[in-house]
Design a protein around this ligand. Structure first.
Ligand SMILES: [Zn+2]
Length: 237
């Protein structure tokens, strides 16, 4: 009995150890068999994770670029200032891009033949002048930038800086200068019908979601340089 007891006492831990050893070796074997698959799974996961990081960055950039794809500020596109050498004087205080001078003057002459008298109100404006206009407290009383931007471009964001923009009035209806009512003048009606022949286009139509309707503001698109300048603006509806 005593021996049995001893044996029993000895046997139990031994059995336990064997069982433990057995289960350990089974697990090890399983791991050994599975290890290539586990490695493969891990590799695939690591690869996908890596690719996601690689793809993720440009995707994020594209997303950002879609938001700011045209770099607008308060609805206005950026425009560089034209070099002085490309500007010509057409009126005592009005300079325009040399490319558009002939076409603009021809348009005025042709209108005159039809009894329509165009008056040029504003052509090229330097970024400094635009700065004064945009931030002038005289012109805008207690208006936030976004409100101002509906009627005037922030400096560096005006078509007038390119020399390809011209504000036109009716010489017989000067009270409509820079006013929406200009659209009721014979000059505007004539421009709407004929300006395209001279490569002029209305920049801010009634359906513009950012900027108020400006029937007096026309831009020239009759040269490759001008088309390049307004390429982004024309891509949008
Ligand atoms: Zn204008």
């Amino acid at each position: 009995m005593e021996q049995n007891k001893d044996l029993n006492q000895f046997d139990i831990p031994l059995a336990k150890r064997t069982l433990l050893n057995n289960s350990n070796s089974i697990l090890k074997k399983k791991l050994l068999i599975l290890s290539p698959f586990l490695f493969l799974l891990f590799s695939i996961f690591a690869l996908r994770f890596n690719r996601n990081i690689e793809i993720g960055a440009p995707n994020n950039l594209n997303f950002q670029a879609q938001i700011n794809h045209d770099h607008r500020i308060l609805g206005h596109l950026p425009y560089a200032e034209i070099p002085e050498a490309k500007l010509v004087l057409i009126e005592p205080n009005i300079k325009v891009h040399i490319d558009m001078r002939d076409s603009l003057l021809k348009m005025r002459d042709e209108a005159k033949k039809d009894g329509i008298y165009l008056v040029f109100l504003s052509g090229y404006r330097s970024i400094n002048l635009q700065n004064e206009i945009f931030y002038s407290l005289k012109s805008f009383r207690n208006q936030e930038a976004a409100e101002r931007a509906r009627v005037s471009a922030p400096p560096g964001y005006s078509e007038h800086s390119t020399g390809f923009a011209i504000d036109i009035g009716d010489a017989t209806k000067r009270d409509t200068d820079f006013e929406t009512e200009f659209e009721n003048t014979d000059t505007f009606k004539w421009l709407k019908k004929n300006a395209a022949k001279f490569h002029f286009k209305l920049s801010f139509k009634k359906n513009n979601k950012y900027i108020d309707y400006e029937p007096w503001h026309w831009r020239y698109e009759g040269s490759v340089e001008a088309l390049k300048v307004f390429e982004t603006a024309n891509r949008e509806i």
